[in-house]
Design a protein around this ligand. Structure first.
Ligand code: CS2
Length: 423
């Protein structure tokens, strides 16, 4: 591995400036100090106007059990809408840009080849311009999304969009870095702007609410410059995978289960779901199955799940289950299905099966009640969820997460749906 070359100068370009990125990636970059940040929005351009109007500054409300701690994060120079492809290409061709971080969500990595809608395709155009301009300075692409091997996923997505010359140039000039990110970031409540105004005097139309806990583990493979993130407590490692799996299967897996089973049972927030006796029992079950797939000492896993429970129970965080329920077809295949397969099938992983069944039950309820399901496959979900025969409905829904029509999971999910806690 290369020696760290953290530096106090450079530009970081961030793609996908949602609440999470501002509570985590950009907050840590602000603490590291010195770097200039240019950010791009996700799909909605609203955030660009809002942040530019307040000089790129925003209030970060850290909502602990005892109270709020508010600070102003002042690290963003400029925000562009995602559609401003020329701005991104220009920035990537500039040698001063040394790091690109991404929070584009799971679905962003398979968004196709149109630069207007696909971040990997936009990055590919930027790298082409960088090569054509003869820039020798290495650049790092750093995924900050919740996926195992997020660097690998990102690398593949970008390579697939490159022209042959840039593909040949890529390995010598670009580092692709996996990271494990963790900080729960609920949507801001209606009083958040007032809290920021009162405590730090900033007029902020887009404040961020987050929890005290924060973890960032970054693969140690930068040949070029990067922010001195270690100043913010970021951990650099040569072995990222186990950190990612632990988080994805224990934290996110439990979140997914609570999001669907909690709402089916009639509650709205994470703290209510973990306090619901039957939902909690399902979480315990899922944890015991997920733990068995993780190569970590029992003691470490005990500490980890105890800390998770504490985070979920934070009564002031008010994390709405509907936030976590979004994009089920992108989340279940990385959170629940691998544990079912590694456990030896649905019979061996009833807690994970319950997560899948809670999803099918929840989307069915939502569609029946006339609501849209927020998911890249929302239209297909609406069609499948409306089928009246249970087995056909579940099979059609599970086909959307690539479960074959003869998979034993279908029978298991049909049975499990009937056992889910209801109001
Ligand atoms: C959640 C995550 O939306 C979800 O599915 O599980 O956003 C979770 O809050 C973060 O990964 C916490 O780091």
């Amino acid at each position: 591995m290369n020696a760290p070359t953290a530096s106090d100068v450079g530009r970081l370009v961030h793609l996908g400036i949602g609440n999470f990125a501002r509570a985590h990636t950009l907050y840590n970059t602000a603490v590291a100090g010195g770097w200039s940040v240019v950010a791009f929005t996700g799909r909605s351009a609203r955030m660009a106007d809002a942040l530019n109007a307040q000089g790129g500054k925003y209030g970060l409300i850290v909502r602990g059990r005892e109270g709020d701690e508010v600070s102003v994060v002042d690290v963003i120079d400029e925000v562009h809408p995602a559609s401003d492809v020329d701005a991104l290409v220009g920035l990537l061709a500039d040698p001063f840009t040394a790091v690109v971080t991404l929070t584009i969500t799971e679905k962003g990595y398979s968004a196709g080849s149109d630069p207007a809608t696909s971040a990997p395709a936009r990055i590919a155009l930027g790298l082409k311009a960088r090569r054509e301009d003869g820039v020798e300075e290495p650049i790092a692409l750093v995924s900050c999304d919740n996926l195992t091997g997020n660097g690998e996923v990102l690398g593949q997505a970008v390579r697939a969009e490159l022209d042959p010359e840039t593909l040949a140039w890529f390995d010598d000039h670009v580092d692709v870095v996996s990271t494990m990110v963790d900080r729960i970031t609920p949507s801001a409540d209606e009083n958040a702007s007032e809290t920021v105004r009162e405590q730090v005097g900033l007029e902020d139309s887009v404040p961020v609410v987050t929890e005290p806990f924060s973890e960032w583990v970054v693969e140690d493979r930068f040949r070029g410059r990067r922010p001195e993130w270690e100043k913010a407590g970021v951990q650099f490692t040569d072995d990222i995978e186990v950190h990612e799996l632990r988080k994805l299967r224990l934290l996110n897996g439990a979140h997914t289960l609570m999001a669907y089973a909690g709402q089916v049972a009639g509650v709205e927030r994470v703290d209510e779901a973990i306090a619901h006796k039957d939902v909690r029992a399902l979480v315990e079950q899922l944890w015991s199955e997920a733990r068995a797939t993780l190569p970590l000492p029992a003691e470490e896993l005990d500490d980890y799940t105890a800390a998770l429970e504490e985070r979920f129970r934070n009564p002031r965080l008010a994390d709405n289950l509907i936030r976590i329920a979004a994009d089920g077809t992108a989340k279940l295949p990385v959170r629940a299905l691998p544990v079912i397969a590694e456990s030896g099938g649905p019979d061996k992983a009833p807690g994970e099966v319950a997560a899948v069944a809670a999803w099918t039950a929840w989307v069915t309820d939502r569609v029946a009640a006339g609501h849209e399901v927020q998911d890249p496959k929302g239209a297909e979900i609406a069609e499948a969820a409306a089928l009246s025969d249970d087995t056909e409905r579940v099979a059609a829904l599970l086909a959307l997460i690539d479960v074959a029509g003869d998979d034993p999971l279908i029978v298991a999910v049909v049975a499990e749906e009937k056992r889910l806690p209801r109001p």
